[in-house]
Ligand binder design. Structure first.
Ligand SMILES: [Zn+2]
Length: 238
């Protein structure tokens, strides 16, 4: 038989839950500011979510990163409901669906950075022109076909493009990067934008050489062990 906690334990437990909530929400705010500082987002574009409790936290709709506080971050349930003064990002559906269907993912970053988006505007899948593509977990960064923003269809197509991958492009729109936590999702967003920038320049120089799939598969495995050793140093390849 399990005894109920004494009454005086409850306020402490709820204070603890509140502080865990606040620090998770502060992490979301910091990630949004980082996206802006890194030049990966502008204005009110870009949104971030993180798994928390029985649901997730997501950035609100239409608030610029500079004006966000932990209180502006919207807690949502996996059934798609919220009880908050601000509405969640219009892209909450793919944040919800990715976190719900990919249990290994703890955080999702979405933005419209210039080089990723330039390839997305052309509907291009990024091939293995650099071994760092292994950071997304496979030999390509797929581009999901176009669907209007905020729709279930966009979410469905993004999940297909993300199969076996941590990131993808969204045609005529932008990109998604994910990770076990926010720092690693943000790290992947930076790596994806860097790779797309290098690929864009390489296409002007000549014909980029594509690495074979088995070489990328070996690199994915090497990144997994590197990630374990480098945990103490912050974001590392998975
Ligand atoms: Zn977008």
């Amino acid at each position: 038989m399990t005894a109920s906690p004494p009454d005086n334990a409850r306020p402490a437990a709820s204070a603890q839950a509140r502080s865990a909530h606040t620090s998770a929400a502060e992490g979301v705010v910091a990630a949004m500011r980082d996206l802006l500082a890194l030049g990966l987002s502008q204005g009110t574009s870009g949104n971030v979510s993180v798994r928390h409790g029985d649901g997730f936290l997501v950035t609100p709709s239409g608030i610029p990163a500079e004006a966000l506080t932990a209180d502006s971050i919207v807690p949502m349930s996996f059934s798609g409901t919220w009880d908050h003064a601000l509405a969640p990002s219009s892209e909450w559906r793919f944040h919800r669906d990715i976190l719900q269907q990919r249990p290994e993912i703890g955080a999702v970053v979405h933005a419209h950075p210039t080089y990723c988006t330039a390839f997305a505007l052309c509907g291009r899948t990024i091939p293995a022109v650099h071994y760092m593509i292994a950071a997304v977990g496979g030999p390509t960064i797929r581009c999901a076909p176009y669907a209007p923003y905020g729709t279930d269809e966009l979410s469905r197509l993004a999940l297909i493009a993300l199969e076996g991958r941590g990131g993808c492009l969204l045609a005529n729109h932008g990109m998604i990067a994910t990770g076990p936590d926010l720092p690693r999702a943000l790290w992947l967003a930076v790596e994806m934008e860097t790779l797309c920038r290098q690929y864009a320049v390489a296409l002007q120089v000549g014909a980029p050489v594509i690495l074979p799939d088995d070489e990328i598969a070996r690199t994915v495995e090497r990144f997994k062990s590197y990630g374990l050793q480098a945990q103490a140093d912050g974001p590392a390849p998975r």
